[in-house]
Design a protein around this ligand. Structure first.
Ligand code: GLA
Length: 400
């Protein structure tokens, strides 16, 4: 089933229900909540770790953390969806290689930055599928960070929390990811996409192409894992590509990342770099340009151009960056036969996860039905799917 488009409206009802579950588990009410959305990246994929441009929006599917002060120095966490619990030492969390590392990473970062980490009893609930490219881990980190911030009265702002959670993912969990996910989940704005310059960290809010568009997300049925090594391999290839470009005198000595290269340099790169590194570089260089092309097309209300930019992004991810899968490719190809869909591409890191489809507003049900039927014919089952709306970023609240 597709979740209802107005899922944001029942956020409060869901919170209330989860508050009841917290009481049942710990025998007392929660005192604070932290809540953070997932994100979908419209364009600008695999550009953040080379200090490039990205264009995500936060989406109305959330992870919720409820917490109450506890005695002692431990944090007790129960993940409702997984029916699994863990106890974390506030002073010295240890990695365990599972979901709880994202909670421990926040504890570790808070402590490392000299903040007080109070003992808490906590529950986590989520409406974001894990390992789907919709940033369930960043949403978990931000919801936890928001809850701690509120419980300890730290008063940290959204950007500081995003940086803190990003630091935790890189240093504690050990994934050398860029800032895309954490910034999108922390700084999202209703009805807007965020143009983030990952070098300067400047964030511009851009109205999401008005009333005319809707977003459909389809799960490919294949889960992805960032830690599996392919993501790290792409990061390393980008570093090797810029080093080779400098060595051949194509990049200037001070050019730090592929962000510094312009499309005009592509012929020289093709001549001098080995083919794989050239293709990786071409993806990054053209993808950065697509972010600004997409922003300009949103501003003009040029839906056809938006669709074409997504399609070009998908080809680049498939052919040059090699992060697509047969299932993701198939979903994007099927969408070409659906008139209500303007353009499609994989979203997130790839290697599985979801495709994003830009749909003419008012025709979501038609797009959804045709895509589901095509998936049944091709894969034998209806995909998990969501119609999402750009929403506000992570927040916290004291509970009465
Ligand atoms: C994952 C990472 C992000 C980003 C994307 C690809 O979601 O966490 O930092 O690199 O992949 O755009």
């Amino acid at each position: 089933m597709t979740e209802p488009a107005g899922a944001a409206q029942d956020l409060e009802a869901w919170i209330e229900e989860r508050v009841g579950a917290f009481r049942g588990r710990y025998g007392r009410p929660p005192r604070v909540l932290g809540c953070a959305p997932g994100r979908v990246n419209l364009i600008g994929e695999h550009t953040d770790y080379t200090e490039g441009l990205v264009l995500p929006c936060a989406i109305d599917r959330h992870t919720l953390v409820l917490a109450a002060p506890a005695a002692g120095d431990r944090i007790r966490v129960f993940a409702e969806d997984l029916e699994a619990g863990v106890e974390i030492e506030a002073g010295a969390p240890r990695r365990s290689g599972d979901w709880s590392d994202y909670v421990k990473a926040v504890v570790d970062s808070l402590a490392a930055l000299g903040h007080r980490v109070p003992a808490l009893d906590m529950t986590i609930a989520s409406r974001l599928p894990m390992r789907s490219g919709l940033s369930s881990s960043a949403a978990l980190g931000l919801a936890v960070a928001r809850a701690f911030d509120r419980a300890a009265g730290l008063g940290l702002d959204s950007r500081t929390l995003a940086e803190l959670v990003h630091r935790g993912e890189c240093e504690f969990v050990g994934i050398g990811c860029g800032i895309l996910d954490q910034f999108a989940s922390a700084l999202g704005r209703r009805g807007h996409a965020l143009r983030i310059d990952c070098r300067t960290r400047a964030v511009l809010e851009r109205p999401f192409a008005g009333e005319g568009l809707a977003l459909l997300i389809l799960h490919s049925g294949v889960e992805r894992r960032l830690a599996d090594g392919l993501y790290g391999q792409r990061v390393a290839e980008c570093q090797a590509a810029i080093a080779a470009a400098r060595q051949h005198g194509i990049a200037k000595p001070g050019d730090r990342t592929l962000r510094d290269l312009t499309p005009q340099l592509l012929p020289a790169l093709e001549r001098d770099l080995e083919p794989v590194l050239f293709r990786r570089a071409r993806h990054v260089v053209t993808e950065n340009a697509r972010v600004d092309d997409f922003c300009a097309a949103m501003e003009r209300g040029d839906s056809d151009a938006l669709g074409q930019i997504l399609a070009a992004g998908q080809r680049s991810l498939r052919d040059d960056y090699a992060v697509s899968t047969p299932e993701l490719d198939a979903q994007c190809e099927m969408a070409e036969d659906v008139p209500a869909i303007l353009g499609s591409r994989l979203t997130g890191a790839g290697f599985g996860g979801c495709t994003l489809h830009l749909v003419r507003a008012g025709r979501e049900a038609e797009a959804d039905e045709l895509m589901s039927a095509a998936c049944v014919r091709r894969f034998g089952s209806r995909p998990r799917r969501w119609i999402v709306t750009p929403c506000d970023g992570a927040f916290s609240r004291a509970l009465p």
